[in-house]
Design a protein around this ligand. Structure first.
Ligand SMILES: Nc1ncnc2c1ncn2[C@@H]1O[C@H](COP(=O)(O)OP(=O)(O)OP(=O)(O)O)[C@@H](O)[C@H]1O
Length: 255
């Protein structure tokens, strides 16, 4: 798995330049964090990576193949290996469907997928139960509806759904932002555990440098669409950090 972004820029209509010449490589099995304040372009980057947003300038290649936005055929295979979790689970979990139906949607769409962490020969319901167990939820929850779950439980279901196809890359866009602090920590722990177990690559997008520092080995700092800093987590307190990175650390430690 390799994801390479070279010289990516994105301009919205009305001239808003959300990303300016972004270049980065996401190596296999690593967790790379993208941190920045509101409006820095984090979600734009995530949406482009998922093929949900177009871009005119730059090249994105995944395993050597270019990602062409909104090209359904080339995106089908890509979508199988690249999954996303969002801050707001309403995008993922249809309120009208029981949990098991939402959970099994990706596996239904890609019948050829057989993730190694699911036992062979399971019925549909047993697959849904196993997926829930992997993310630390009671299997009895498969028959509930999203409104009958807490925010943290819903995010666990979203994670179970996202990993059900054993993606090689998981893009997480502020997955803990709307959760209580203790639940945030539990979700971060779960992601860390899953990453260790499955060796999937994670691109973790957050405004919270502490969450990024907990989970990621490498960090990229975005400010107004520009990559202003990039470092290994061990160098977070290095004196050569960009003043904006230092300000983010300072702000987080005084919260
Ligand atoms: N569909 C759109 N049309 C026009 N401008 C947009 C659109 N989406 C985002 N923008 C603008 O692009 C810039 C980057 O927005 P983006 O949502 O990527 O930032 P972000 O870092 O994810 O912020 P937040 O943390 O608040 O979600 C902002 O100035 C925003 O107003």
């Amino acid at each position: 798995m390799s994801l390479i972004i070279e010289g990516l820029s994105k301009k919205y209509t009305k001239g808003i330049q959300a990303l300016k010449h972004i270049s980065l490589t996401v190596p296999e099995g690593e967790c790379v964090g993208i941190v920045g304040e509101s409006g820095s372009g984090k979600s734009t980057l995530a949406r482009i990576l998922l093929g949900l947003e177009s871009y005119k300038e730059g090249i994105i290649t995944y395993n050597g193949k270019p990602i062409v936005p909104k090209n359904r055929t080339s995106l089908r295979e890509y979508r199988k290996s690249v999954q996303m979790i969002f801050q707001d689970t309403t995008n993922t979990l249809n309120p009208k469907l029981p949990i098991w139906k939402s959970l099994l949607e990706p596996l239904d769409n890609y019948k050829e997928a057989s993730p190694s962490f699911l036992e062979q020969g399971l019925t549909k319901m047993e697959k849904a139960e196993q997926l829930l167990e992997i993310v630390g939820l009671e299997k009895e929850m498969i028959n509930r509806y999203p409104h009958e779950l807490s925010g943290g439980q819903k995010q666990r279901v979203s994670i179970a759904r996202a990993i059900s196809l054993a993606p090689s890359l998981l893009v997480c866009d502020e997955p803990t932002a709307s959760l209580d602090v203790t639940v945030q920590v539990q979700i971060l722990q779960l992601l860390k555990e899953l990453q260790k177990k499955t060796n999937m690559t994670i691109l973790f997008i957050s405004h919270d440098i502490r969450a990024v520092a907990y989970l990621c080995g490498r960090v990229i700092v975005l400010k107004n669409g520009v990559m202003v800093d990039e470092f290994r987590i061990g160098d977070i307190y290095h004196k050569e950090r960009h003043p904006y990175t230092k300000a983010l650390i300072q702000a987080a430690s005084s919260e």
